[in-house]
Design a protein around this ligand. Structure first.
Ligand code: GLN
Length: 309
């Protein structure tokens, strides 16, 4: 057994006593009913080895982790002009905050808060119907993970739409500043569907591998983005990937990472590995409590923090 597998097993065993801590997202029944004691971890190294433990092959709602994939697509379509529509600064606010939008005339602070991801959905929609844009995102995620079984959970997408009043407010507010090019219903249709993608930790770790390997997926040989773009997406994940908990995550873990309200986190150890963890209980910033602890232990044990050993 490799050292990495032993580390993953140890983290999984040590955190058993913490399972159930935190608060499971309850704004839609599909998330509220997930067993709070679920915990999976999967790590894929840049040389293609997979190490995993626990509920690593059970699909969960990736929610805001999907914002990394839509940003990557938008950058591919629009290049640097993407940044005319969304900023690159940490928000210091909750994931669904509307406060800064007024000061910044409808330009969201970064692509990982809801407002920013809605702006990114608008960019992905360019030249497409909503159905085509959703198909493009799903195909892209399947290509990244090299797994055509990945799917969108239609019940989650529907519930997001039925309860997403704040997201409608954000989108309408941006539209009022002329910052969305498509009808709000179309933009949010895309947004709600990419949030509703279901993936396992193993699939998610594979999908993030290009970010750990300078833009190229070493398992498929596909060059997804340039090394400069991979580096920049990692920088955004580090500074903005955990909302108002981004500073704390950088301090404790020291890896670029993106969380979702479904309890998933995708993290990147540049040059080393891509890691996905899942445990539904969230901390007060809406990030997986046990998932964050798992990544903190992993970074401690491996010395993979981007800030040094
Ligand atoms: N679908 C969720 C929302 O828009 C995503 C938020 C999250 O994962 N933090 O509220």
């Amino acid at each position: 057994m490799s050292d990495l597998q032993a580390i993953v097993d140890e983290i999984h065993a040590k955190l058993q006593k913490r399972l159930g801590e935190g608060k499971v997202a309850d704004y839609i029944p599909q998330l509220a009913h997930v067993d709070p004691k679920k915990f999976g971890i999967a790590l894929v190294t840049t040389d293609g080895n997979v190490h995993s433990a626990g509920d690593c092959n059970e699909p969960f709602s990736i929610q805001s982790v999907s914002k990394v994939f839509t940003l990557t697509l938008a950058l591919g379509k629009h290049g640097e002009t993407t940044w005319n529509r969304v900023g690159r600064e940490p928000s210091g606010s909750a994931f669904n905050s509307i406060i800064q939008l007024e000061h910044e005339e409808g330009k969201p602070r970064n692509p990982f808060i809801n407002a920013g991801a809605i702006a990114v959905s608008d960019l992905v929609l360019a030249g497409h119907t909503p159905r085509e844009a959703i198909g493009e995102i799903l195909r892209f995620v399947r290509y990244l993970a090299d797994d055509d079984t990945i799917a969108i959970d239609p019940a989650v997408a529907k519930s997001e739409e039925a309860t997403g009043f704040r997201n409608f407010a954000l989108a309408n507010f941006m539209r009022s500043f002329g910052k969305l090019s498509h009808p709000v219903e179309h933009v949010l249709g895309v947004y709600f569907h990419h949030c509703a993608i279901a993936m396992t930790c193993t699939q998610l770790a594979r999908a993030g591998l290009f970010l750990a390997a300078s833009g190229r997926n070493p398992m498929t040989g596909h060059t997804v983005v340039s090394s400069q773009r991979a580096r920049r997406i990692n920088a955004l994940m580090l500074t903005c990937g955990h909302y108002d908990g981004s500073g704390e995550f950088a301090y404790r873990v020291g890896l670029p990472g993106k969380s979702g309200v479904g309890g998933g986190i995708m993290a990147v150890a540049p040059g080393q590995a891509s890691i996905a963890v899942w445990s539904p209980g969230l901390n007060h910033n809406g990030n997986s409590l046990v998932g964050s602890l798992a990544l903190e232990m992993l970074a401690d044990r491996t010395g993979w923090s981007v800030f040094g050993h």
